[in-house]
Each structure stands twice: as C-alpha cells, then as structure tokens.
Design a protein around this ligand. Structure first.
Ligand code: ADP
Ligand code: F6P
Length: 323
C-alpha cells in the first residue's frame, strides 16, 4: 500500500481543483491512500494533512481556486522549514508528495527531492513561466478572462476615441501579455523581456490616431519596466503626444478567479493522472507537464532556475496586424 500526499502552492490557478480530483481518484484507483495538505508548504511545515476520499473531491472539477488552500511560505525557503516538513512526511509514513504549483513551488519541490524524498511536480501557474511544459494549468482560463476584459474595453474606448493601457499579471514573464495582445488585437504589447521606449510607443499611438483609428489598446505586463502605472505617469507629462485620451485598467486577481475552461479542466485532469502514473512507474524528482500535445516528465533539476523563452516574433506580428 502506498500513501501519497498532495498540496497546492503559490498563486492559485483555475484548474487546480481538477488536478487534485485526478490525483485523488487515480491514486485511490491504484489502491493507495491519498492525503491532502492544507495551505501548501505552510501546512506541510505544521503537519496539517488529512485523508481524502473520492467523495471529498466530488463536485470540484468545475470550481476555481483550490479546496486545499494555497500559500506562500517563506519558512519553506529555509532549510529548517524544509526539515520540519520532511519530519511530518516521515512521521505520517507518506511515500511521495505531489506538488501542484508554479516556478517557486517547483523550486521547493526540487529542494525536498534533493533531501531524498520522492516528489512529483504538476505544472500549474497562470504566468506560464515554467520550463518543462508548453502550457501550465490556469493559463488558458486567465487568458480568456483577460480577453473578455479587452473586448469590453475596446467598445467603450471606441465610443470616446481613447487609448487604453491594460495591465495583465505574469510576474517577470510576458507570456500572458503577449498572447492577450495577439488574440485581443492590441496596438502594442509591453513585456519585461523587451525594453519598450515610451516615446516610441507614443509615436505608434499617435500614428494610429492619425490613421483614423477609433481606439488603441496596449497590453502591458505587470513585470515590465514601464508597467501600466509607470507608462501612464510618463504619458501624463506628454499628454498631447498621443492624440487619444488615455485610460488605464489593471486586471489584477480577477484573472486568477472563477471556473476553469474546458482546456484547463482537461489539462489538469491529464497532468494529475500523469503524476500518479509516474509514481506508479517509480518515477519521481520530475515535473509533469504538457509538451507538443503529450503529457511529459522533465527532471526538476532541468526545470528550476531557468527562464522560459517567449516567441518574440509575435511582437512584430502584432504591430503588422495593428495597421
Ligand atoms: P509559484 O509556485 O506560483 O511560482 P511562489 O514563487 O510564491 O509561487 O512560490 C511558492 C512557494 O514555493 C513559496 O512560498 C515557497 O514556500 C516555495 N519556494 C519558492 N522558492 C523557493 C526556494 N528557492 N526554495 C524553497 N522553496 C521555495
Ligand atoms: O504567480 C501568479 C500571480 O498571479 C502573478 O501573476 C502575480 O504577480 C502574483 O501571483 C500575485 O501574487 P499575490 O496573489 O500574492 O498577490
């Protein structure tokens, strides 16, 4: 009999519940006992875990957030915190831990695995900054939420001939901004990976105004040097350079909330199931991700501390299409 524990960590993402359900039910199917750890690594450090039955994960597939709760735990970043967590796992005779989370969470998972404990990561973050997967749980839903907001903003922007700066999340990664800009028909996209000169952006907006455009939309990543607030502050000084009147909308946590879409439900279900399959094969110290349409395992050592490259050719395509 195997005893496994599962936790969700870092920023929550739509689809985490679908992944928990898949882990619990495929684990039970294999005859294992499955324990749920509350509040990510913070709960692990104090040994907060309870058994999960098939009924405990009923009706959660379509729910946003995470029934286990999530947290950022600075204590787990210190060896003493990780030792405490390991102590609880051993005391409760847990054979393996599944970590559903993003970049930071998988760094923690790797450190625990380096201490000799079997860990399997499941790629989940709206930021899509995790190496070892083409796309993480939550990204598609977050993008669709951003797009709905962009579509709505465009109608009011057109009525008033305004330019909007729409700030999306993503930490230091510009993926959400780039894709929201591409799918939302943005005039321009500002991302951390490429420095944007605000004067050049102003010239582009002015040119769009002079071409007779009714609105202009710029998607700005929160991690960019000129995020929405900084860009707006810059334009405040040069208001007449734009042509358009300017407004700013910061989408914030609305992007992480609510029900996962079909893509995230299926992705989360496949990755959760992939994680117990990996354990069944005796594989651990890996991240379960989705590469080229397949569920894949990548050693955590190859995942952590890496920067995921963006397809920067899309920036040019966005400019071409904005004509
Ligand atoms: P995400 O997993 O969404 O990227 P964070 O970066 O906040 O979210 O990381 C979540 C948690 O993972 C942190 O609160 C911490 O407990 C753990 N973690 C992050 N970085 C490290 C690290 N370098 N060493 C150990 N644990 C870490
Ligand atoms: O990592 C997910 C994320 O939503 C980032 O995009 C954002 O920068 C951060 O979490 C916000 O963190 P918090 O929920 O702690 O405010």
């Amino acid at each position: 009999m195997k005893r496994i524990a599962v936790l969700t960590s870092g920023g929550d993402a739509p689809g985490m519940n679908a992944a928990i359900r898949a882990v619990v039910r495929t684990g039970l199917y294999r005859g294992w006992e499955v324990f749920g750890v509350r509040q990510g690594y913070a709960g692990l450090i104090v040994g907060e875990m309870t058994p999960l039955t098939a009924r405990d994960v009923g009706g959660i597939l379509q729910q946003g957030g995470t029934i286990l709760g999530s947290a950022r735990s600075p204590d787990f970043e210190r060896e003493v915190g990780r030792e405490k967590a390991l102590g609880h796992l051993i005391e409760r005779r847990i054979d393996a831990l599944l970590v559903i989370g993003g970049d930071g969470s998988q760094t923690g998972a790797h450190k625990l695995s380096q201490m000799g404990f079997p860990v399997v990561g499941v790629a989940s973050t709206i930021d899509n900054d995790l190496v070892g997967t083409d796309i993480s749980i939550g990204v598609d839903t977050a993008l669709n939420i951003a797009l709905e907001a962009i579509d709505r903003l465009k109608t009011t922007a057109s009525s008033h001939q305004r330019a909007f700066l729409v700030e999306v999340m993503g930490r230091q990664c510009g993926y959400l901004a780039l894709m929201a800009g591409l799918a939302g028909g943005a005039e321009a996209v500002v991302i951390p990976e490429v420095e944007t000169d605000p004067n050049e952006l102003a010239a582009d907006l002015r040119a769009a105004y002079e071409r007779g455009k009714l609105h202009a939309l710029v998607v700005v990543a929160e991690g960019a040097k000129y995020n929405a607030a900084a860009m707006a502050a810059h334009f405040q000084e040069h208001r007449d350079t734009l042509g358009f009147e300017l407004r700013v909308t910061t989408l914030g946590h609305v992007q992480r909330g609510g029900a996962p879409g079909a893509f995230d439900r299926t992705l989360a279900t496949r990755l959760g199931a992939g994680a117990t399959e990996a354990l069944d094969r005796g594989e651990h110290g890996v991240l379960v991700g989705f590469i080229k349409g397949e569920v894949t395992m990548t050693p955590l050592a190859e995942v952590v501390g890496k920067q995921k490259p963006l397809d920067l050719r899309l920036l040019k395509l966005i400019r071409v299409l904005a004509k």
